[in-house]
Design a protein around this ligand. Structure first.
Ligand code: AMP
Ligand code: MG
Length: 345
């Protein structure tokens, strides 16, 4: 048997031309991983029906095998290949797909156990990014695509972020520009359509889902501390999306708090303000717009984490409770990611 080569891959970024999409579709069909743009964050895609392709994704990310992958589809015919539908699926698909919503459903046997970490359910999303959709269509395969970053680090929101952290580990990165949303999809457990449960907050909120399904949608179940590590449910690690620099959370980063920070600690307020001028302040939105703040969040954490200034701490501001109704879900998503970025373990 040929021994696996330890040689690093040379990594190339491709523009989304029809020729490149055809070339990368063939790479996926051969079982190779390809980093792809989505409207949420960049993903590391592989053939969802191939255990070897799924294994290559876990390997490139250093992702533990007990953290299941999301399968991305081009159309609803593919969903029927992978999972058992219920009437709620069609309603949510009509309202939110293609888009940043992932549905957990009972899986069919065709989905390898590796993709779902042995669970009897599978997470499925139909993404909206036109370049990724073109690739999904061309390769005609469902694709697993966890975020294209080393496990536990900050998710990538542009092709350069993927190259920065996976260079040498993968060959192909498909460039689709900056991600429009900037935080990962909302995940809903829809196995029982009478009581859907949000497993991960994202841009689409419980209220919107409840309005479409006309049932109560539970927010994340309260997490019982696991007795052992092996008992940890998938994706429930509290530390995630984490820079190496320690993150300190603030309900509000007032000008007074910012003025009191040492010069070697950085402040990450949500919004800019005329009162803020010091060189250690990096507002997430100039326009005081939460969507812009979400779009910039991961890029800002990465930039501070790799800055030559070697910041000792990053002081981040949580989204306030009183945001406009249309931004409430995104505020919860931002706060979820910041809380995990700041978690010690
Ligand atoms: P990502 O790292 O963005 O690809 O998201 C994958 C996350 O989706 C995992 O960490 C889990 O939290 C969740 N997930 C995937 N598949 C399942 C499943 N079958 N049941 C519950 N959660 C799932
Ligand atoms: Mg991830």
């Amino acid at each position: 048997m040929k021994r696996a080569s330890k040689k690093a891959h040379s990594t190339r970024i491709y523009r989304g031309t029809p020729r490149n999409i055809a070339l990368l579709a063939r790479a996926l069909q051969r079982g190779e991983p390809v980093a792809v743009p989505t409207e949420t964050v960049y993903g590391l895609a592989g053939n969802a029906l191939s255990p070897a392709a799924c294994a290559a994704i876990f390997r490139a990310k250093g992702r533990p095998a007990n953290d299941p992958l999301i399968v991305h589809i081009h159309d609803l015919a593919q969903l029927d290949q992978l999972a058992h539908r219920n009437p709620a699926v069609e309603k949510l698909a009509r309202a939110f797909w293609p888009g940043p919503l992932t549905l957990v459903l009972p899986k069919k046997d065709i989905v390898p156990d590796l993709a779902t970490s042995g669970l009897p359910s599978v997470a499925i999303r139909m993404p909206a990014h036109p370049v990724f959709r073109a690739l999904l269509k061309k390769c005609a395969l469902p694709l697993v695509a966890p975020s294209a970053n080393p496990f536990g680090y900050i998710s990538p929101t542009c092709a350069g972020h993927v190259r920065d952290s996976l260079s040498g580990k993968i060959r192909h990165i498909l460039n689709g520009g900056d991600c429009a949303i900037g935080v990962e999809s909302t995940i809903v457990d829809l196995r029982d359509p009478r009581c859907p449960v949000i497993l991960r907050p994202g841009k689409i909120g419980a209220d919107e889902i409840a309005r479409v399904l006309r049932v109560r949608v539970a927010a994340q179940k309260k997490r019982r501390a696991p007795a052992t590590r092996a008992e940890l449910a998938p994706g429930m690690l509290s530390r995630h999306y984490s820079p190496r620099t320690p993150v300190v959370l603030h309900a509000r980063l007032t000008p007074a708090i910012i003025a009191s920070l040492p010069a070697d600690e950085a402040a990450l307020p949500l919004f800019s303000s005329e009162k803020l001028t010091p060189e250690n302040v990096f507002p997430l939105s100039e326009k005081r717009n939460l969507q812009e703040a979400a779009r910039n969040l991961f890029a800002a954490l990465r930039a501070l984490d790799s800055s030559k200034k070697r910041w000792k701490k990053i002081h981040a501001e949580l989204a306030p409770a009183g945001v406009a109704a249309k931004d409430r879900a995104l505020a919860a998503a931002i706060n979820d990611r910041l809380t995990r970025a700041a978690a010690k373990a």
